[in-house]
Design a protein around this ligand. Structure first.
Ligand SMILES: O=C(O)c1ccccc1NCC(=O)[C@H](O)[C@H](O)COP(=O)(O)O
Length: 269
């Protein structure tokens, strides 16, 4: 029987094509030459540590116009305005989707959002090749996402080391025990537990609750996807999960920043 590719496989196939095309336009050497024109990374992990030390939830507020599972999330989409509203509402960091084909994102959105705030920004994309790590740094990203499900062990180690060498932080994302076992030897400070199964799109917050017991004390857990209510936030905080990556709930609100304040009551913690 022919294997039916999941959306994740389609995304990764398309990524390799995109990388090939971009390399023809601009080389790694040229990307490196751009580093001097972008501000040094802002300290993504440091900002999260600071929020947690102050007893606040560290909210990584996402800017995404669309997603494969939900289609268009927000018709009126202005990354600069959204970024400003998140910063005013007390977000700790920003997450900007740069994938164009499946999320209607863009590299310019990252540049624009970062330029109008002081917040550290993660480039939310599907990173599979060193070229994209250089590109992320040249864009001004403060952190990159590495999704364990789409990387073999060697690539995971190499991409993680390269990002750190270039001064960026890394959010290593897992969804199950097997992926977590592969992620732990990296000794990364930040581990994201994605509550969304990227093959089926099923979302369950139990994913975070179930994996928590397998994490060392010194790891900061970021719970990702499917956070919509006060109860969702409270259940995580009750288990000492204080870092949240939230997209859809904010993107569907008239005012994303107001929704952030309402969901996290940041002034009151
Ligand atoms: O969201 C999708 O449909 C999706 C499909 C395939 C790969 C990744 C996908 N999403 C990335 C994310 O996990 C979310 O953007 C992020 O965690 C925020 O989730 P949410 O708050 O549920 O928008």
């Amino acid at each position: 029987m022919t294997e039916i590719p999941t959306i994740l496989k389609k995304i990764i196939d398309k990524k390799w094509q995109e990388i090939e095309e971009r390399q023809e336009t601009i080389s790694i050497k040229q990307l490196e030459e751009r580093f001097s024109n972008v501000e040094s990374p802002r300290g993504f992990v440091r900002a999260i540590e600071k929020s947690i030390a102050q007893g606040r939830s560290a909210v990584i507020a996402e800017i995404k116009k669309a997603s494969p599972s939900k289609g268009i999330l927000r018709e009126s989409f202005d990354p600069e305005q959204i970024a400003i509203s998140y910063e005013q509402a007390g977000a700790t960091c920003l997450s900007v989707l740069t994938d164009k084909d499946f999320f209607m994102g863009g590299n310019d959105y990252l540049r624009e959002a970062r330029a109008v705030t002081k917040l550290p920004v993660i480039r939310k994309d599907f990173i599979v090749d060193p070229y994209q790590v250089y590109e992320s740094r040249a864009l001004g990203a403060d952190c990159i996402l590495l999704i364990v499900a789409v990387l073999d062990d060697e690539s995971l180690v190499n991409l993680n080391s390269l990002a750190h060498e270039l001064g960026m932080d890394v959010l290593v994302e897992v969804h199950d025990q097997q992926e977590l076992t592969r992620a732990l030897p990296l000794n990364n400070r930040l581990i994201g537990i994605n509550n969304r199964n990227l093959h089926t799109f099923d979302v369950s917050l139990d994913t975070t609750h179930q994996l928590l017991g397998s994490l060392p004390q010194d790891v900061i857990v970021v719970t990702e996807s499917g956070i919509h209510t006060h109860q969702d936030v409270a259940a995580m905080r009750a288990h000492h999960v204080n870092s949240f990556l939230v997209g859809e709930a904010f993107m569907k609100a008239d005012n994303p920043g107001e929704k952030l304040s309402e969901l996290f009551s940041l002034g009151e913690q």
